[in-house]
Design a protein around this ligand. Structure first.
Ligand code: HEC
Length: 99
């Protein structure tokens, strides 16, 4: 019965991989994927005036904007490999630095 057992192991690995980013590190995601734009162009991180009206929309709306893209920002900031959790963590990081 080796085959069914390895099937269970594979399933367990896949489930573990799928749930891994539960504690995505917002600062790390931001620095690797978003900083090249948001450190240099509007809306710049820590520019409270630029972020105030955006933050008012709520985190969920901001996360949705990043997932589908907005204006000059490509969907998922141009990184299709980022999970929704990664993006949410990065948005929360930006918000924490910009209000
Ligand atoms: C190619 C440059 C670029 C990258 C990379 C990028 N952004 Fe943006 N981002 C922009 C621009 C430009 C806007 C302004 C869009 C507009 O309002 O027209 C924006 C807007 C936003 C907003 C406000 C959305 C809203 O609804 O007002 C959030 C939040 C945001 N970015 C988060 C992120 C996060 C998180 C990442 C990394 C995963 C990221 N961005 C990567 C250029 C970028």
């Amino acid at each position: 019965m080796k085959l069914p057992l390895s099937g269970y192991v594979l399933a367990a690995v896949l489930i573990a991989a799928g749930t891994a980013p539960a504690f995505a590190d917002g600062a790390a995601v931001y620095n690797a994927n978003c900083a090249m734009c948001h450190n240099n162009m509007a809306p710049k991180i820590s520019d409270k005036d630029a972020w105030a009206p955006r933050i008012k929309q709520g985190t969920d709306a901001l996360v949705a904007s990043v997932i589908k893209g907005k204006g000059a920002m490509p969907a998922r900031g141009g990184k299709p490999g980022l999970s929704d959790d990664d993006i949410k963590a990065a948005v929360e990081y930006i918000v924490s630095k910009s209000q």
